[in-house]
Design a binder for this molecule. Structure first.
Ligand code: URA
Length: 289
């Protein structure tokens, strides 16, 4: 059975490569996809290699090979591919826990750590939940973990993160241990690194959004700073360019949102640091008001 254009488009939307090599021993005319939707799958680390959902050869009509073949590096991919191609987005949605909007901090942390709601769980080293004071006055929201963040499990630890720390200092904010009024909480729209730091896909954002919304509800910050075009547009559900979103006050969950440039952008365009300084002064004013 070959994939329809619709299935391929759906896989593309979910960030799953639309190529699933048929195992060499499978007959060319063998069905390569199961008829029924696969059951909820275990996390990649837990999945045994004999799990029939994970192994394409187990869901073909071909008999199992007589000799065990060495594990192949791409052996993880069929989980998402099979789920997506046979049952659509609904099958993937099932892997996100229920009741996120009621979770407390420990449950939310656990839910994020074990999330397999989109294909990013296949390539991440770890999830990046967020860092800072759980009742911080200011919540900073970035785009997604990069390579360093994926490795260390903390947001904004690369060069952009170091610049962010330097930007916060003059307005008396810090990610280091401090009182809630001075310490920020930093989170990203996505909790997992997109491979190669590619742009997050709409389906990935949709899957991750409830986690961020719950983080905002739990922190109850006085001000949110959306860093960069992607965070601003995702949070405010708009496609307006960042140049038009900056300098205006927005709101999410009744909390004022200040939009500013991403520190990674500032590393490339230091001339715009003055604009970010203006935005941070606006944050300061809101905190003092
Ligand atoms: N850029 C982001 O938006 N978030 C990070 O955590 C790191 C870089």
């Amino acid at each position: 059975m070959s994939w329809s254009e619709r299935q391929r488009a759906m896989l593309r939307e979910m960030g799953i490569p639309a190529f699933w090599p048929v195992p060499p021993e499978a007959p060319a005319d063998a069905p390569t996809l199961p008829e029924a939707a696969p059951q909820a799958r275990p996390s990649p680390a837990e999945a045994p290699s004999s799990d029939p959902v994970r192994r394409p050869e187990a869901i073909t009509a071909a008999p199992p090979p007589a000799v065990a073949r060495p594990a192949r590096p791409e052996a993880k991919a069929p989980v998402s591919l099979a789920a997506a191609a046979t049952a659509g987005v609904d099958a993937i949605l099932r892997h996100r826990p229920e009741g996120i909007d009621q979770m407390d901090w420990p449950t939310l942390r656990q839910a994020v750590a074990g999330c397999t709601a989109c294909g990013l769980c296949e390539s991440r080293q770890q999830t990046v939940f967020g860092v800072g004071h759980e009742q911080a006055s200011v919540m900073i929201i970035g785009e997604a973990p990069g390579e360093q963040e994926d490795r260390q499990g903390e947001p904004f630890v690369g060069r952009a993160g170091q610049l962010l720390d330097r930007m916060l200092h003059p307005v008396d904010l810090t990610r280091a241990d401090a009182a809630a009024s001075r310490q920020v909480f930093i989170a990203n729209v996505l909790k997992c690194r997109p491979p190669g730091n590619r742009n997050p896909l709409p389906a990935e954002v949709a899957q991750c959004e409830p986690y961020l919304m719950r983080q905002i509800a739990l922190v109850k910050p006085r001000v949110i700073i959306a860093m960069g075009r992607f965070a601003a547009q995702s949070l405010l559900k708009t496609s307006e360019p960042i140049g038009r979103l900056r300098g205006r006050l927005h709101e999410v969950q009744g909390t004022p949102v200040v939009v500013t440039y991403h520190p990674a952008y500032l590393l490339r365009n230091p001339v715009d640091k003055g604009l970010v300084w203006d935005d941070l002064c606006r944050v300061r004013e809101l905190l003092l008001s």
